[in-house]
Design a protein around this ligand. Structure first.
Ligand code: MG
Length: 362
């Protein structure tokens, strides 16, 4: 089997209202696909992140891949990942990630099985949390509580909210409002998106510990490993981090700091499925769980595949106005609060090109 062509597309659509986390405000949603065609008629779809720079890198890598057998993922990953040529992290690694995801889609399609089964098939349903709880214009404690009640009605047994954009006292009030809204049996996660210095993160942790917080995500800058460690030593709340970490080498260093209980490795960012499985194994050897950040369409397979897949991040219609229209089939939350990977060969995320067409930007 040989790769005959690689192309990519990017889409961008506006949100009804901008959403804000600890550090950033988002007015639009973005999404890109990498299409890998072969001489045997099998096409792989890679789910991408990184916009124009990642797309340009894919074009640069293309000549290295045309004519290669797409099944040889280790060979192709190493061919693409030459630090002297494209760097060790950042957008270029995101480009490799999206191609690698497309290669795994081909692999699983050729094998005739869903990706999670091909990768190990540890289980066929995984716990999930609904991501949200952003800051928005006109959104007070009441509206935040309503959002969380809606998530629970939808079947969520765990919810995540943002912290870090207001004072730690105000955020502690927001966490209390969410805990009161969802009751004692639903997990509550908080995510600062790197907004704090380590001492501010400790101050917030002290204020919210009593609300039984499942994890405190990205409390400090991704490169502040020592800050993660100081916080972990000061609180009983487990620390999650890693959505801005790259490759097995970055995660090796993060694990070595003994600061993080849960790794949020994102296959679309850190190196694709090939690299993600290595990080999951590294975590397993250190008695650490993985709970990937980002797109549920790919990560439902990865969390299902390995024994230390803790929980899946799930974005719903509260965070994306195009939710339910992006793919031919949309992942749903099961009645027991879990999500199951689609039982079709490959990743099973077929873009709904007609619905997306008005938003194509590249
Ligand atoms: Mg996060």
């Amino acid at each position: 089997m040989k790769i005959t062509n690689i192309s990519s597309e990017e889409y961008r659509w506006p949100r009804a209202k901008p959403i804000t986390n600890g550090l950033h405000t988002y007015t639009h949603s973005e999404l890109s696909f990498v299409k890998i065609e072969t001489d045997e008629g099998v096409t792989g779809i890679g789910l991408g992140r990184g916009g124009a720079i990642a797309l340009a890198t894919i074009e640069k890598l293309k000549p290295e891949l045309i004519g290669e057998d797409p099944i040889n993922v280790e060979r192709l990953w190493n061919k693409m990942w030459v630090p002297k040529l494209i760097g060790r992290r950042g957008m270029t690694t995101r480009a490799i990630s999206s191609i690698d995801i497309g290669l795994w889609d081909i692999r699983a399609k050729v094998a005739g099985m869903p990706l999670y089964k091909m990768l190990g098939g540890f289980r066929d349903r995984v716990p999930t949390y609904v991501a949200g709880g952003y800051y928005e214009e006109g959104k007070g404690l009441k509206e935040l509580a309503q959002e969380m009640e809606y998530n629970v009605e939808m079947g969520a047994r765990a919810v995540k909210m943002k912290v870090g954009a207001v004072s730690t006292r105000e955020d502690a009030d927001r966490v209390k409002a969410v805990r009161d809204a969802v009751g004692p049996d639903v997990k509550v996660l908080v995510d600062a998106n790197c907004a704090y210095r380590y001492y501010e993160a400790i101050q917030l942790a002290k204020r919210i510990e009593e609300h039984d917080v499942f994890w405190f995500e990205e409390p400090v800058a991704p490169d502040d490993y020592a800050g993660h460690r100081k916080l972990a030593q000061a609180t009983s709340i487990p620390i999650a981090s890693g959505e801005n970490e790259y490759t097995r080498y970055g995660f090796r260093d993060l694990i070595a700091e003994e600061a993080v209980a849960v790794l949020n490795a994102d296959a679309q960012i850190m190196g694709g499925v090939t690299e993600w499985m290595k990080v999951a194994a590294l975590a397993q050897a250190n008695h650490i769980d993985v709970a990937p950040h980002g797109a549920q369409e790919i990560h439902v397979h990865l969390v299902s595949a390995v024994p230390n897949g803790l929980i899946l991040e799930f974005y719903s219609d509260t965070t994306n106005p195009m939710w339910g229209k992006i793919y031919r089939e949309t992942l749903r939350i099961n009645s027991d609060g879990t999500v199951s990977p689609p039982d079709v060969p490959g990743i099973g995320a077929d873009p709904n090109y007609e619905a997306l067409a008005p938003y194509r930007v590249a």
